[in-house]
Design a protein around this ligand. Structure first.
Ligand code: PMP
Length: 366
């Protein structure tokens, strides 16, 4: 088996898993309970939250634990728009379905949505984005790194320009950026993350929420340690998340250059095939290579690769609906190219042997 789908899910790191088991065994109390075991769990949760905040360079009170980035994106988008005066949103065509879908729902409730124009390399055209801002714009939602093409958006430059002309809120989907590139929260109001993209456990994520920003909670009732997200805090998952983020950030540069070498090698390899078009811009994160093999549907190629034991994705794992990729189309590609697109995603765990085996299989199939 050659696993080349690390953008969809990463295997859990053993230290992360050990931490989860250790904390599950050690802390039996509910952090909201007012007895010794409860207090012990509450203290540990506060310590873990402080540690995560310090790694991300934010305040502990700015961290909301969630079940993953889909929940974080929904909480930010709905939580902000529920209580804002105004009904205009700006986003991009590169967003994950957990950003795209809640915004589509808001359209049905009367919100007007504009999509920020993209330059040839997929980066947002900042001056054109600024022109779209209206007095009733309440939210601008952008992914820092998109999951299909790996384009990196200059979010801090964008946010700085937005804040000069509007006090609308800026939500960033940081899911595919964490552990890959440096993240700066300056001028950002909310940002989503997920553990299972950084060798953490599935079903665990966070939403960064700037200081006093108010959100309308999306879960009612239940014991809560946060005003914004009810439910008994999951100390073990949160502790495991801390270990995953710590390792991801500490090893970020080393892992990045390792993946970059493999990316360069594959891009060089693909050059010999006139029918192969690389859709990910050169300056995308090296972890993602989106490509189209002319005349062959992405889903067909993916299934063929799967039959040889190679795991890749068509679009993101969360939107396998057979329609042409929105993100690939947004870069000015034809519907044919978008329908042919599929994605390889690499990791520092990808071996050179796997790369060579993949190449052999690719040659055979093409
Ligand atoms: N945003 C992006 C960019 C993603 O790639 C994903 C996962 N495919 C998500 C959000 C959703 O994350 P989760 O699976 O943690 O809900």
């Amino acid at each position: 088996m050659i696993y080349l789908d690390y953008t969809a899910n990463t295997p859990v790191d053993s230290e992360v898993l050990n931490k989860f088991v250790e904390v599950e065994n050690k802390f039996i109390g509910n952090p909201n309970s007012n007895h010794q075991e409860g207090k012990k769990a509450k203290e540990e949760l506060a310590k873990i939250t402080e540690n995560i905040a310090s790694l991300l360079n934010v305040e502990p009170s700015e961290i909301i634990y969630t079940s993953g980035a889909s929940e974080s994106n929904n909480l930010a988008i709905k939580g902000i728009t529920d209580i804002s005066q105004g009904n205009h949103i700006i986003t991009t065509k590169l967003e994950h379905s957990s950003v795209f879908a809640p915004i589509e729902e808001l359209k049905k409730k009367g919100f007007v949505v504009d999509y920020a124009p993209l330059d040839k390399d997929g980066k947002i055209n900042i001056s054109q984005l600024i022109k779209l801002i209206r007095p009733d714009t309440v939210l601008i939602a952008i992914c820092l790194v998109d999951g299909e093409l790996g384009i990196i958006q200059p979010i801090n430059k964008i946010a700085e320009e937005i804040k000069k002309v509007s006090d609308c809120k800026i939500h960033i989907d940081g899911t595919q950026a964490l552990g890959k590139i440096k993240i700066d929260f300056k001028n950002i109001d909310t940002m989503s993350f997920s553990a299972h993209k950084i060798y953490g456990l599935n079903g665990s994520g966070i939403l960064f929420k700037r200081g006093h920003l108010k959100l309308n909670p999306q879960i009612s009732g239940g014991m809560s340690s946060s005003l914004y997200r009810s439910g008994t805090p999951t100390l073990s998952l949160n502790s495991a998340f801390y270990v995953a983020v710590k390792k991801a950030i500490e090893n970020q540069d080393k892992r990045f250059s390792d993946v970059l070498e493999k990316n360069k090698n594959l891009r060089e390899f693909f050059k010999q095939f006139p029918k192969v078009k690389i859709n990910s811009p050169q300056n995308a994160v090296p972890h993602i290579i989106n490509l189209s093999v002319e005349g062959i549907k992405g889903s067909v190629f993916q299934r063929k690769l799967d039959s040889y034991g190679v795991c890749v994705s068509v679009k993101s794992a969360c939107s396998s609906d057979g329609l042409p990729s929105r993100a690939v189309t947004a870069l000015g590609n034809s519907e044919r190219t978008a329908l042919s697109s599929w994605r390889i995603s690499l990791s520092h765990l990808t071996t050179w042997e796997e790369i060579e085996q993949f190449k052999e299989i690719f040659v055979k199939l093409v």
